[in-house]
Design a binder for this molecule. Structure first.
Ligand SMILES: [Zn+2]
Length: 280
């Protein structure tokens, strides 16, 4: 008998990804960092227990800079998840990355400003423990196993995903100015979003595997000649692609290794260092 409050894989994405699953169990999880964006919704895909967490809360009420990223990753780990898939909507920074492009990034640039981006901030937790000073490597911010699973799953859905590229994460909630967008492109970066950081960094600090799947919903302001990005257009393109993105996610879930079989760099991200706090 499976423990219904347990999951081995986490998916940070909205209700479009789990609402039609049979037997979804909703559980509320609290964390030392406060509550996550919403309840966790636990279900089963291809025999794997998966916890879904709506990143912006159900009803999409949390803007990117107000999301409690630390609580979200902590909550997923606390129910047993050790591998996390993080689909998100992005703007394309190259003309060839138009709406409907799926890109699985291999690099990340943080241009956010106001977010709690580490568990190792020196501040004690409510239980009295305090984190040590820990510096994890984020040279390769994404799990290579998870990336391979995502790319293969996309191919299986006849959706040739772009293998690699740099996701630049901006603070938002506004979109980029034309000058910012042109600058991002000139750096050679691929797509721009608002939620990819600190998700990947926090996952690494918790020794979770994290894979980003970015769906291009628009060309960023400097990559096209029109009026720039509108929120309605983003929502329209996302809705048009949510079914096949769900298919990719589910196939990727099925292809991920079991928790005990992980052999990637993520598993030992702390390198045996004492974090000072007890990971859930
Ligand atoms: Zn990994």
């Amino acid at each position: 008998m499976l423990d219904m409050a347990n999951a081995e894989i986490g998916v940070i994405g909205g209700s479009g990804f789990y609402s039609f699953l049979d037997d979804v169990t909703e559980i509320q999880v609290d964390t030392p960092y406060g509550p996550p964006s919403d309840s966790l919704f636990l279900g089963e895909i291809a025999g794997r227990r998966v916890a879904f967490l709506p990143r912006h809360g159900r009803g999409h009420h949390l803007p990117p800079h107000r999301i409690n990223y630390r609580a979200n990753l902590w909550a997923l780990r606390s129910v047993g998840a050790r591998q996390v898939l993080g689909p998100c909507a992005v703007g394309g920074l190259r003309p060839e990355y138009g709406p409907g492009t799926l890109l699985v990034p291999d690099q990340l640039v943080d241009r956010t400003k106001s977010r709690a981006g580490t568990y190792f901030d020196g501040l004690p937790l409510p239980d009295g423990t305090a984190p040590n000073v820990v510096h994890v490597s984020l040279a390769d911010p994404y799990c290579p196993t998870g990336r391979a699973a995502a790319l293969k799953a996309a191919r299986g859905q006849d959706w040739e995903a772009v293998d690699g590229g740099t996701l630049v994460v901006i603070e938002g909630p506004r979109f980029s100015t034309r000058a910012e967008s042109v600058w991002h492109q000139a750096q050679g970066w691929s797509v721009v979003g608002m939620t990819g950081h600190p998700e990947a960094a926090l996952a690494r600090e918790l020794e979770l595997c994290y894979t980003s799947l970015t769906l291009v919903t628009d060309l960023d302001a400097g990559a096209e000649t029109g009026e720039g990005v509108s929120h309605d257009e983003v929502l329209r393109v996302f809705a048009a692609n949510v079914d096949r993105l769900r298919g990719v996610l589910f196939d990727a879930v099925a292809a991920l290794p079991s928790t005990g079989e992980r052999d990637c760099l993520c598993v030992n991200a702390l390198g045996g260092m004492d974090p000072g706090i007890v990971l859930p």
